[in-house]
Design a protein around this ligand. Sequence first.
Ligand SMILES: NC(=O)c1ccc[n+]([C@@H]2O[C@H](COP(=O)([O-])OP(=O)(O)OC[C@H]3O[C@@H](n4cnc5c(N)ncnc54)[C@H](O)[C@@H]3O)[C@@H](O)[C@H]2O)c1
Length: 256
Amino acid sequence: MGRLDNRVAIVTGAAHGERAALGSHFAKALAAEGAKVTLADLKDCASVAAEIESSGGQALSVRADVRDEQSLHAMAQATLERFGSIDILVNNAAVGSNIPPVPVLELEASAWDEMYAVNVRGPFLCVKAVLPQMRRQKYGKVINIGSATIYSGLPNRLHYVSGKGAIHVMTRSLARELGPDGICVNTIAYGLITSALTEHEMEQDPAHRARVFGPRMMQVHVHVGDVLGGLVFLASAESDRMTGQCLMIDPGSVCL
Ligand SMILES: NC(=O)c1ccc[n+]([C@@H]2O[C@H](COP(=O)([O-])OP(=O)(O)OC[C@H]3O[C@@H](n4cnc5c(N)ncnc54)[C@H](O)[C@@H]3O)[C@@H](O)[C@H]2O)c1
């Protein structure tokens, strides 16, 4: 018996991504608890969907661009046709956690707009795409992906960090608006997730390593496996009395 049996989830940004590929891990974790999962990304998610199916789960891979309302409507429709409901939306797709540092005076307005189109407007459009079905069901779980950097601040990435700030605020406002429909809206947030790539970057640049580890109360890495329990909790009935909140998984670099 899984904690998400009979639930249907959509995870955006669920391909094998450039950075930590968290979306693919999120999709697999939800499927392992029994959810049927739509994997949506600009890139092909077929290999992730095949992994889920070979483990006995059910998965649908769709191409979707979170900047494009039509494609998100198609994503929701394809999910309904295949699985019959939409219970969980994981607003994971984003760009920019891996961009090179840009001082504010060198940050082009066009780069700001491009980032916001994916990282802020995208989750808003994804909610619009699934909301009619969640309202019909009188049940839903929207999980937005935030970042610990909104509490600590981070220089030279103003568009990324402020966009994540918008996500945290959007969570609160949406939670208040959608509470009467039985829809929970929460954020899960974390700092840098250690992957093979980030480990290599820290080896090359000890100052970067010191910036990441210096503020942590516990001098430990956070790997993708460390955040999956929180994600499943927010997707499951265990968090049915929790909305408008931020679940921070962080070894003490910031305290709320
Ligand atoms: N990796 C970290 O250390 C870290 C830390 C804090 C927060 N986050 C957040 O976690 C989430 C996942 O990060 P990640 O490191 O796995 O990133 P990633 O780059 O590995 O994956 C992001 C995925 O989003 C997809 N995507 C990008 N633009 C899209 C669009 N317009 N439409 C649909 N899909 C699109 C990409 O193709 C990619 O598969 C993001 O929201 C990120 O901001 C990551």
